[in-house]
Design a protein around this ligand. Structure first.
Ligand code: XCC
Ligand code: SF4
Length: 631
């Protein structure tokens, strides 16, 4: 243990994970650790992005001896097209999540399953979007806002409504560079069209559309996902929770919620408290029903209800390996198909709920907004009834968990800052205290750390080692996605973690009564970070690329992460990746992403697989930006 037993070391946690692996081996169950061995080394053509199979004359692979595909496309065209398709996959995915949420809001009603919790946010959005609010029933307003949100996906003319929340400078850059996002579906379709056989093979055009398609995610679909979720489920405020496998309870029915869409998890959380179902749990010999989360669903319910976090992406199999989980309930994205066969080695029910994510070896209970209550009841009931099939003797729940304070939405951050500086707490609040801390040098800057786990980086080491390094250097962190859960599992999201910070950061966090690592939510909530940087820049009177702030995804793996990277960079934030996207097969595409796009949007990517170096480069960049500002 470090910092007087407050923060786990890698060795302590890994010793416990190894015990679960031993259980898997004994059961003959397959785990990702085993499958990584079977898949390594990876295909070099794939890694470099130089394999093309977008027409049936191929697949073509570029080598020194064969520098062009059958159609004549060179490596730069192929890599660029692959990169744009990768982006389109991510943008479509995030945006479809946002669309589901918009649809849920459309279904909200006074006596239905979904309600309007944050009226102020709803009214504010309606006003910004020109929707009448005066004297109207709040549910009529919600209905109109939801419909307008849905229409953003296919709007015929104009740009995404949300971009008006960015700084005027950003909007100008996007329009001038022809990357301002139009209809969400259009940008994805455009990407697929451009990458069809015989269309674009010019790297510049492909990367430009990659940024645009990313922006339609960040300032389109994802923003809708975040904002509309807040309207229905509440804007997150700081709340205490716990993280890691020790949150599972031996005497309780344990249900894991995993995936992304809070429309499902919110209802599961509600029905875990249903009197009938709790009584049923007692009847089958359990003390009650315990919900714990994995991946972004976990972030959603942790920051709104304090539901504990069982873990992040590469922890999903571990949950089942404890033998203590009655059901893993999933919706969409980041769900290992491995959970099907794995759950068959245990008593665990693997319950799929979305027609977007159907998997073999699962029980499918279709979950829809219109029938949410009934669906959620049936799902929880199936889990509770499964308790009697648990082999209590074989249960192994590692005794490890850490306290975490989560739920720092922009509104929460402003509120927290206000309590420090103001005797007269102003209604709207400002980021001025934060700006003062940065200009005075007490804080050197901020890093937005996000993203997944990826076996290419030793699990969680990338996140945790970087966080510790940055904290020591007085750099405050805002986190989302699986990065956030990594921090929580180790103890870095607790106020106790102030102990390992540099003096300046420690002082600020103690005064503001915050942990040095702020939890901002799920992957779609990176949209919150975009609002944060734009609003801070606006208040400071500078543009986003000037801020001593960088983005980082040390262990990313999904298409969504590349889409995110593109919109973060296009929003003017330099972005540092610890896993290299499949682009090294083209010097031109690599040059554009790591340098050329700086001329368009004022920021670019850095790829570096040495995590120590990645940290040094981020600190260097932050200090460069400070110097340029003369602070
Ligand atoms: Fe998935 Fe969102 Fe990545 Fe985690 S961080 S592995 S995308 S759950 Ni967004
Ligand atoms: Fe080969 Fe060109 Fe077809 Fe790609 S589009 S598979 S490079 S022929």
């Amino acid at each position: 243990m470090e910092a007087n037993g407050l923060i786990y070391t890698h060795d302590e946690l890994e010793a416990e994970y190894d015990k679960l692996l031993a259980i898997a081996e004994k059961k003959g169950a397959s785990t990702w650790q085993m499958r990584v061995k079977q898949q390594t080394p990876h295909c070099k053509f794939g890694e470099d992005g130089v394999c093309c199979r977008i027409c049936s004359m191929g697949p073509c692979r570029i080598t020194k001896k064969a520098p062009r595909g059958i159609c004549g496309c060179d490596a730069h065209g192929i890599v660029g097209r692959n990169y744009l398709r990768f982006t389109a996959g991510g943008s479509a995915t995030h945006s479809d999540h946002g669309r589901e949420i918009a649809h849920t809001l459309y279904c909200a009603s006074r006596d239905g399953a979904y309600h309007v919790k944050d009226e102020a946010k709803l009214i504010s959005i309606a006003t910004r979007w020109g929707i009448e609010t005066e004297g109207r029933d709040i549910y009529d307003v919600a209905h109109d806002v939801a419909l307008a949100g849905l229409e953003e996906y296919g709007k015929v003319f104009g740009y995404q409504n949300w971009i008006k929340d960015a700084t005027p400078e950003r909007q100008k850059v996007w329009i001038e560079q022809e990357i301002a996002p139009r209809a969400v579906d259009r940008e994805v379709s455009k990407a697929l069209h451009m990458t069809h056989m015989g269309c674009s093979s010019l790297p510049e055009a492909l990367i430009r559309q990659s940024l645009r398609c990313g922006l339609s995610d960040g300032w389109g679909g994802s923003m809708t996902g975040t904002q509309f979720s807040d309207i229905m489920f509440g804007t997150p405020m700081p709340i205490d929770t716990e993280a890691n496998l020790g949150v599972l309870k031996k005497d309780y029915v344990n249900i894991i919620v995993h995936g992304h869409d809070p429309s499902l998890s919110e209802m599961i959380v509600e029905y875990a408290e249903d009197k009938e179902l709790v009584a049923l749990a007692h009847e089958v010999g359990a003390k009650g029903i315990n919900i714990a989360g994995v991946c972004c669903t976990s972030n959603e319910v942790a920051m709104r209800h304090g539901i504990p976090m069982a873990g992040n992406f590469l922890q999903q199999e571990n949950c089942v390996l404890t033998g203590a989980v009655e059901a893993v309930v999933v919706d969409v994205q980041c769900i290992f198909p491995a959970l099907g066969p794995l759950s068959k080695c245990f008593h665990t029910k693997f319950i799929t709920t979305s027609d977007t994510a159907r998997m073999p070896d699962s029980d499918f209970i279709k979950f829809e907004a219109e029938t949410a209550a009934e669906n959620a009841y049936n799902i929880v009931k199936m889990a509770v009834e499964n308790f009697k099939n648990r082999d209590q003797e074989a249960v192994y729940i590692p005794d490890m968990k850490r306290k975490a304070t989560v739920g720092y939405s922009c509104e929460a951050i402003i509120k927290q800052l206000d309590t420090v500086t103001n005797s007269q707490v102003d209604e709207t609040g400002t980021y001025q205290p934060l700006i003062d801390c940065i200009t005075s040098g007490v804080l050197r800057g901020a890093v937005a750390m996000v993203g997944c786990n990826n076996p290419k980086v030793r699990s969680d080491h990338g996140h945790i080692d970087l966080m510790k390094k940055l904290l020591k250097n007085d750099i405050i962190l805002v986190l989302s996605g699986c990065s956030a859960q990594a921090a929580a599992k180790y103890g870095l999201m607790s106020k106790d973690a102030n102990e390992i910070c540099g003096d300046g950061l420690k002082r600020v966090c103690t005064l503001a009564d915050i942990p040095p690592v702020l939890h901002m939510g799920s992957c779609v909530d990176i949209s919150r970070m975009m609002n944060l940087v734009c609003d801070v820049a606006a208040q400071w009177g500078i543009d986003t690329p000037q801020l001593p702030v960088v983005g980082c995804a040390p262990e990313w793996m999904s298409e969504k992460a590349v889409s995110i990277g593109n919109y973060v960079v296009a929003t003017g934030i330099d972005t540092f990746l610890g896993v290299v996207p499949y682009v090294y097969g083209s010097s031109e595409v690599t040059e554009l992403l790591t340098n050329g796009i700086r001329d368009w949007v004022g920021a670019a990517y850095t790829f570096e697989t040495d995590i120590e170096k990645l940290g040094d480069l981020m600190i260097e960049r932050i200090e460069e930006k400070r110097a340029a500002l003369g602070i």
